[in-house]
Design a binder for this molecule. Structure first.
Ligand SMILES: C[S@@+](CC[C@H](N)C(=O)[O-])C[C@H]1O[C@@H](n2cnc3c(N)ncnc32)[C@H](O)[C@@H]1O
Length: 198
């Protein structure tokens, strides 16, 4: 998360989190949660952040973004939860940032709370990004905001799944209200929390 994109996320969260809770998909080690949590602290808000803490495809052994220091020595499996918790504790944000540990599809299946802000930055395959959009995007309230990360219109710049989510949202009641780097800020102008998105 480049600093300028983090600053945009923080500004959007400052505006949105005064109206209701926010939810992030993809906590990893907590960097984006700091931007969100700091905004929540400023306005008395709350941010839920969902991750199974086993890493995405690119974090696994042999892949580009594998960090061996994040593996649990007992199992050899990636486990970012302890690092995430330390990040949030060190930032003094434990009151504002609530970790939800589990698969995003399991959590979204049971989620029923309208969201003032959704930040989509979990798995970057079509399957995962698409599920995160349909599972949580429907809970974005009218006039509230969904932020999608790693949107690359040009395939030479990166994977296309978040871009396809962005296009789907534009065709389904979301309007682009800001953009910086690979970050897109979309406001829900059609439908309301609970209405399905496609
Ligand atoms: C790109 S990282 C998130 C980075 C973080 N938002 C930041 O900027 O600091 C993606 C995260 O999504 C998580 N993830 C991927 N697929 C998931 C799924 N199906 N359910 C829950 N978490 C998932 C991975 O474990 C990983 O930590």
């Amino acid at each position: 998360m480049p600093e300028d994109e983090g600053d945009l996320l923080h500004r959007v969260a400052l505006e949105q989190l005064r109206h209701g809770p926010g939810l992030e998909v993809g906590s990893y080690c907590g960097k984006s949660a700091i931007y969100l949590g700091a905004a929540a602290r400023a306005v008395g808000g709350t941010v839920f952040t969902v991750d199974h803490h086993r890493g995405s495809e690119e974090n696994q052994v042999g892949w580009e973004y594998h960090d061996p220091t994040l593996a649990d020595p007992a199992t050899g499996r990636l486990d970012t939860l302890a690092t995430f918790r330390r990040t949030i504790a060190d930032a003094g944000l434990e009151e504002q940032v609530v970790a939800v540990v589990g698969r995003s599809t399991t959590v979204s299946r049971h989620w029923r709370t309208p969201l003032s802000l959704l930040f989509v930055d979990g798995g970057h395959t079509d399957e995962h990004a698409g599920n995160d959009y349909t599972g949580f995007g429907r809970w974005v309230s009218r006039d509230a905001v969904m932020v999608v990360h790693d949107v690359f219109p040009d395939p030479a710049d990166g994977g296309q799944a978040p871009y396809r989510v962005y296009l789907r949202a534009l065709a389904c009641g979301f309007e682009e209200t800001a953009s910086l780097g690979s970050m897109r800020v979309l406001t829900r102008v059609g439908g309301d929390a609970g209405d399905p998105v496609s």
